[in-house]
Design a protein around this ligand. Structure first.
Ligand SMILES: C[S@@+](CC[C@H](N)C(=O)[O-])C[C@H]1O[C@@H](n2cnc3c(N)ncnc32)[C@H](O)[C@@H]1O
Length: 319
């Protein structure tokens, strides 16, 4: 972003800096440039975006000006806003985010919201063995639910689920040690490290015979995943920001369904009877994933749409 030397009066105010940053970002092809400039200023001020608008006439001290310019220049290189700021809000929880992990998406918040509703509904159904008072800490007084997440990345799904119900226990896998380090920091930051077990593992080998996630007697109530689901050939055409994200987090193989197929094939070994498999999927993968689930022994298969009306969440119930 060009310096303010010779800039008109008012240019070094919050409003002036935001307006110039927005024009600069727009010139570099950044989408929603004004919103990006406001989010960056909000981070610099330690306030919300609303206050940035209300405080437009406020002058900005030199240290903050320097930081604002540095972040704007970084964003102008088309680095994702969450990487530039180092964090992203997810389900109301602030998650550390960086180049080792996918930026948590609003669609994934919908997956977590749906999972939470369904686990809470399970809690409301009577169990064969009544929960003892010490175990009545689930959403609606049921026994603790056990969740297995495949491909945890920043840990956003695992941490949010653990935060949303005080007794749910989550085991979360990822193949990336760097991602798991971020997830561990997020679990600690939100005080759920004791209920989120992070494990390094390859989803294509988890169920490969050694049964490391098989739980004889009592399986998981929910297997949840936002797997890599972008078909390989589409990756070069993704926005510059998305191409900054780890290829491991995006690339789902030729038709985008490599990881989905492995999860559908393996999850029954980890699920309790009546347990749910829930996955985020690509907008054009609904029919294919529905038939994979039906062919894989799942019943009550549904494909739910996201807020934009696209197929996004696949759900199957183990009979
Ligand atoms: C789409 S990202 C999802 C991250 C996070 N759960 C979220 O929703 O934002 C997919 C994650 O799967 C992980 N992953 C990719 N291939 C994997 C594999 N073979 N085994 C385990 N995890 C894998 C990636 O490292 C990445 O963190």
């Amino acid at each position: 972003m060009p310096r303010g030397r010779g800039a008109p009066a008012g240019a070094e105010t919050v409003g002036g800096l935001v307006a110039r940053a927005a024009a600069f970002l727009r010139s570099r092809g950044v989408g929603e440039a004004a919103a990006n400039a406001e989010f960056i200023m909000a981070d610099v001020l330690g306030t919300g975006r609303c206050e940035v608008r209300l405080d437009g006439g406020r002058p900005l001290g030199s240290a903050r000006r320097l930081r604002f310019r540095r972040l704007v220049r970084d964003r102008a290189r088309r680095r994702p806003l969450a990487y530039v700021l180092g964090h992203q809000d997810f389900m109301g929880f602030r998650m550390e985010v960086g180049p080792a992990v996918l930026t948590p998406r609003p669609e994934t918040e919908e997956l977590v919201g749906e999972a939470r509703r369904r686990l809470a509904a399970m809690d409301r159904r009577p169990r064969r063995r009544p929960a003892s008072p010490s175990r009545r800490r689930g959403l609606a007084g049921g026994a603790p639910r056990r969740v297995l997440e495949i491909g945890t990345g920043s840990g956003c799904i695992a941490v949010a689920l653990a935060k949303l119900a005080a007794a749910w226990k989550v085991t979360a896998f990822d193949i990336s040690a760097r991602a798991l380090a971020v997830a561990a920091r997020n679990a600690r930051r939100h005080g759920v490290a004791g209920r989120v077990r992070l494990v390094k593992g390859d989803l294509f080998r988890l169920w490969g015979g050694r049964g490391r996630v098989r739980r004889p007697g009592r399986g998981f109530d929910l297997v949840i995943s936002n797997p890599p689901y972008v078909p390989s050939r589409r990756i070069p055409r993704l926005a510059a920001e998305v191409r900054c994200e780890p290829r491991l987090a995006l690339d789902g193989g030729e038709d985008g369904l490599d990881a989905v197929r492995a999860i559908v094939a393996g999850a029954p070994a980890s699920l309790a009877a009546g347990g749910l498999l829930m996955m985020e999927i690509g907008h054009d993968q609904g029919a294919a994933v529905k038939s994979l689930l039906e062919g894989g022994g799942f019943g009550s298969v549904e494909v739910l749409k996201d807020m934009q009306g696209f197929d996004r969440i696949a759900v199957g119930k183990l009979a």
